[in-house]
Design a protein around this ligand. Structure first.
Ligand SMILES: C[S@@+](CC[C@H](N)C(=O)[O-])C[C@H]1O[C@@H](n2cnc3c(N)ncnc32)[C@H](O)[C@@H]1O
Length: 258
């Protein structure tokens, strides 16, 4: 069952007090930052939009690198925090908006970046967001995203089950334990995942769906890779701990506007 509409999502993000403690930090977790790498040789004159500011980790980097940065978020709390922390970065314009309606940004940009911020489970909301992104991107402009991976939840469960079997559990008991985990987390095969504490369902993505929906929204040359996380960070942050095994990942996506 999907819990929480977009209003509830916004309330959740408004309520975050200590961002670094309460929220999984993609940037602390990443082994290396593919978003920065993808932005490396882009012209200074470019205008970019960063969707979902969170703690604002990327904003100083984007501000130094590009002529104009639109920092967009529906959480006024998070935007205000970034605004006061990054006062000296004068080319950042803060836009308080829901990604489903980005008309407040009056010009098209060269690059739109979203790091784990396209999260609504509703197909209608997801498509609205992707179409808005497409609309605000110049022809042949770039979408660069990290999208939560649905596969990695099942990957973790596989590793955990194998671990229990190695410890002497019967296959049946091991499976039961981790099926219960998926139930508790309300993980759905459709890639929905309900946060235990806040009762909002967020979208986790499969590569075929990313390709399908980006194409539908007007993108081409869609490339999907893995943005790997460090086991040392994942350990206490819901992805398990399996050093030596392939790391957990979210999807790193680039696409061009048709
Ligand atoms: C998981 S955080 C990611 C933040 C940042 N990109 C990072 O990786 O550290 C999601 C961010 O997107 C914002 N957000 C989520 N859905 C949104 C929406 N529909 N419209 C505007 N902002 C949204 C949240 O307020 C939050 O700042």
């Amino acid at each position: 069952m999907i819990k929480g509409n977009m209003k509830r999502h916004r309330e959740y993000w408004e309520s975050v007090r200590d961002y670094d403690k309460e929220v999984f930090s993609v940037y602390k977790a990443l082994r290396s930052n593919p978003v920065k790498a993808a932005l490396k040789n882009r012209p200074k004159k470019y205008k970019v939009a960063y969707l979902g500011v969170g703690s604002g980790f990327m904003l100083p980097f984007l501000s130094r690198k590009f002529s104009k940065v639109y920092a967009v978020d529906f959480s006024k709390t998070l935007l205000d925090r970034c605004k006061s922390e990054f006062v000296k970065f004068e080319n950042i314009e803060y836009i308080n908006a829901d990604f489903r309606d980005l008309r407040k940004i009056k010009e098209k940009v060269d690059i739109v970046i979203s790091v784990n911020s396209i999260l609504p489970p509703s197909i209608k909301d997801k498509m609205k967001i992707l179409k808005q992104i497409s609309k605000m991107t110049k022809r042949n402009g770039l979408f660069i995203g990290i999208l939560p991976s649905a596969d990695v939840v099942i990957y973790r469960v596989m590793l955990e089950i194998d671990n229990l079997i190695r410890k002497g559990y019967s296959e049946k008991r091991a499976l039961k334990k981790w099926e219960e985990f998926l139930d508790r987390k309300s993980f759905s095969p459709l890639g929905f995942h309900t946060d235990d504490y806040d009762s909002i369902t967020q979208k986790y993505w499969y590569p075929f769906e990313i390709r399908f929906r980006l194409k539908d929204a007007g993108f081409k040359s869609i490339k999907i890779g893995k943005a790997y996380y460090k086991w040392s960070y994942c350990k206490d942050n819901c992805y398990g701990y399996f050093p030596g095994k392939e790391g957990s990942w979210d999807w790193f996506v680039t696409a061009r506007k048709k």
